[in-house]
Design a binder for this molecule. Structure first.
Ligand code: MRU
Length: 373
């Protein structure tokens, strides 16, 4: 029997019987495939903060399953007697738990997007429709499952649009991990690569290792290599060289939040790649599910950038500390790529090009009128 590949695992699952969110602990990859179960608010928060589950869409799905698990716990804590709980008391606790999960990471908008969606459903069912607590729990479960299933359909659609931008044999560069491990299937930036692979496009992919947490080396190179894709790992400071050599025809990256003007926050180092791509005339594509577009945020200047512990830079992954004790460290997890550096933003509703304010608004209108199936 052939061995199970990393792509055969679910990034995020709900175990309704065990009342837990089940994830692959991504901090252990590629060395160890460890499946862990998250039951409590603290465990879910920690898993998101510590990047055991990471990548904007996967964070959103984990939060949706997480708040459902916690909603069931609220009922359990009253001795399991749903009829003893008033909706407003249930909702107050639900809201507190939601706010707590939402505080785990600030930049990926999918976290608040998924939690707000779950909260809206809860309020509609309880306050407007007067549903009972067991009915509300079932509605929440269905919504969380739908968020996951939608993610798979969205990624596939992004893959099809992305594939239309490249041709067989192309060299593609990607940064960080916007792959299957960051979503529920296909990934966003990797979706065109996986679809192209299935269709015999023979891409040559270059994966930036992505300091300091090495999502490119540990996750992207791992999942693409496991799938059989031709992938070459490079250090972050090599992207200029591979572009100058003419090996790259397109850059595909994911994103954590796109502002209304098209500025896009993604893993630290993305904007360097975009600037280099512009210099060498290589198209730079941001793959963005519409759940990642934040129309409330006018430009990248208003996007909150997560700052992470200094140890990630000074000692993590090394056998011994590699920086002088007491040295100052700057460790932002994301940077913002100015929209002027972006060739196009690829969504599940189509491809947006400059001027982005207008093209993203058109995408939003499509979403409002058409919905996504
Ligand atoms: O800190 P991470 O690993 O969560 O950062 C992930 C990224 O920057 C991804 O590119 C982004 O979330 C898009 S995932 C489809």
């Amino acid at each position: 029997m052939s061995e199970k590949s990393i792509l055969d695992y679910e990034t995020v699952e709900l175990d309704d019987c065990d009342n837990s969110v089940v994830i692959i602990d991504q901090t252990r990859l590629p060395g160890k495939t460890e499946i862990i179960r998250l039951h409590t608010a603290q465990e879910i928060w920690d898993a998101i903060y510590l990047l055991k589950v990471r990548g904007a869409p996967a964070i959103g799905v984990s939060a949706a399953f997480g708040i459902y698990v916690l909603a069931k716990n609220i009922v359990k804590e009253t001795g399991g007697k749903e009829e003893n709980i008033e909706f407003e008391a249930f909702y107050e606790e639900f809201h507190n738990q939601k706010e707590y999960l939402n505080s785990a990471r600030p930049t990926a908008v999918n976290l608040s997007w998924a939690l707000n969606r779950m909260e809206r459903v809860c309020l509609r069912a309880g306050r407007e429709d007067g549903r009972s607590i067991p009915e509300i729990l079932e509605i929440l479960r269905r919504e969380a499952v739908e968020i996951k299933e939608e993610d798979i359909r969205v990624c596939k659609a992004i893959g099809e649009y992305g594939l239309s931008l490249v041709k067989p044999g192309d060299g593609i560069l990607t940064h960080c991990n916007a792959g299957q491990l960051a979503t529920c299937k296909y990934g966003t930036a990797t979706a065109p690569i996986y679809l192209g692979y299935e269709r015999g496009y023979h891409f040559k992919v270059f994966a930036d290792e992505t300091r300091p947490l090495l999502q490119g080396a540990r996750l992207t190179a791992y999942e693409l290599h496991s799938a059989g894709v031709d992938v070459t790992l490079i250090c972050d400071n090599m992207s200029a060289m591979v572009m100058k050599n003419g090996w790259i025809n397109a850059v595909f990256v994911g994103c954590d939040r796109v502002a209304a003007n098209g500025d896009a926050a993604n893993k630290i180092g993305t904007s360097v790649v975009a600037a280099v791509a512009k210099h060498y005339g290589v198209p730079f594509y941001v793959c963005a599910p519409t759940s990642t577009i934040d129309f409330q945020t006018p430009s990248g200047a208003e996007i909150k950038i997560e700052q992470r512990p200094a140890e990630e830079v000074t000692e993590m992954w090394y056998k011994e500390r590699m920086a002088p004790q007491g040295v100052k460290v700057f460790n932002p997890a994301f940077d913002v790529t100015d929209h002027e550096l972006i060739t196009a933003i690829v969504t599940e509703y189509g491809i947006a090009r400059a001027p982005f304010k207008e093209s993203l608004e058109k995408i939003r209108q499509k979403k409002l009128t058409r919905g996504f199936t």
